[in-house]
Design a protein around this ligand. Structure first.
Ligand SMILES: [Fe+2]
Length: 275
């Protein structure tokens, strides 16, 4: 897409990411990179224009009719239950996740959502913030870009992502709840800090952080090492958020287990164009 067309979707005045050579972009990359390195989370409010938010929320709503209903329990590591550990071990505690998920194989190719995800300057900007020269859109034919749809009572239990980092863009906020909540400094290199993890899972930890994600905001977070969840959605207004995935290597896809858990299928419904 041309910069002029992308100007309709991305707030390029506040986030001048179109021109790789511009000093304003470089300054933004450095500022966001500093925040991400410090917090493992970086929020960019008003990243999308209001018109884009409206368009993409409508696309999300249309596609949600065919969404997969995920209603599963899992541990915080999204791994198989390890029965060699005691039953009360934090690694064995089950978390409930209930939401509807739309895979990118269910989105029409010329949608605003695909235009955003397929725009190279966005990929390059995210890569630059994370410190990657060579950066790629995720190759998973279902999970490269997804829409999470949450209605009243839905939520996403505490977990670490399979992916090192994730980009989420809020398209429509619920009346209440549906908050993104995370725990800083829990999983440091080689230490799972099970005592503290147990408190978080039991709901007795006092040191969790909630970040307010308004419609149009882009959130970059390092989900592999940052325990996070989405609290229960309240009210009749549906929460729509899109997740844009990238990797530092080409050709990477989700594991079959994660595809089964979140999309209910291991193969895409229809072949999607290479991107
Ligand atoms: Fe996650």
């Amino acid at each position: 897409m041309t910069v002029k067309a992308m100007d309709q979707l991305v707030n390029l005045e506040a986030y001048p990411i179109a021109d790789r050579a511009s000093p304003a972009r470089q300054a933004l990359v450095e500022e966001m990179g500093r925040i991400y390195a410090r917090d493992g989370v970086c929020l960019m409010p008003g990243f999308l224009t209001d018109a884009a938010v409206n368009m993409m929320a409508a696309e999300a709503e249309n596609a949600s009719v065919d969404a997969y209903h995920c209603d599963e329990t899992h541990n915080a590591y999204l791994e198989q239950d390890d029965t060699s550990l005691p039953a009360d071990h934090p690694r064995r505690q089950r978390q409930l996740t209930r939401l509807d998920v739309v895979g990118c194989d269910q989105l029409i190719p010329n949608s605003a959502l695909w235009s955003l995800y397929g725009w190279d300057p966005l990929r390059d900007f995210i890569g630059a913030v994370l410190g990657y020269e060579d950066f790629h859109r995720f190759a998973d034919p279902i999970g490269a870009m997804t829409i999470n749809v949450m209605n009243e009572g839905d939520g996403h239990g505490w977990h670490y992502d399979e992916a090192m980092f994730t980009v989420s863009v809020m398209l429509q906020a619920p009346d209440a709840g549906g908050q993104f909540e995370f725990v800083r400094g829990l999983r440091d290199s080689g230490d799972d800090n099970y005592d503290r993890l147990g408190k978080v899972l039991a709901g007795t930890a006092k040191d969790t952080t909630t970040i307010p994600i308004t419609p149009g905001a882009l959130l970059l977070f390092g989900g592999r090492n940052l325990l996070h969840r989405v609290t229960g959605v309240e009210g009749s207004r549906t929460r729509y958020i899109t997740t844009l995935c990238y990797r530092d290597r080409p050709g990477v896809t989700n594991s079959p287990a994660v595809r089964e858990l979140f999309y209910g299928r291991r193969e895409p419904l229809t072949p999607v164009a290479a991107h």
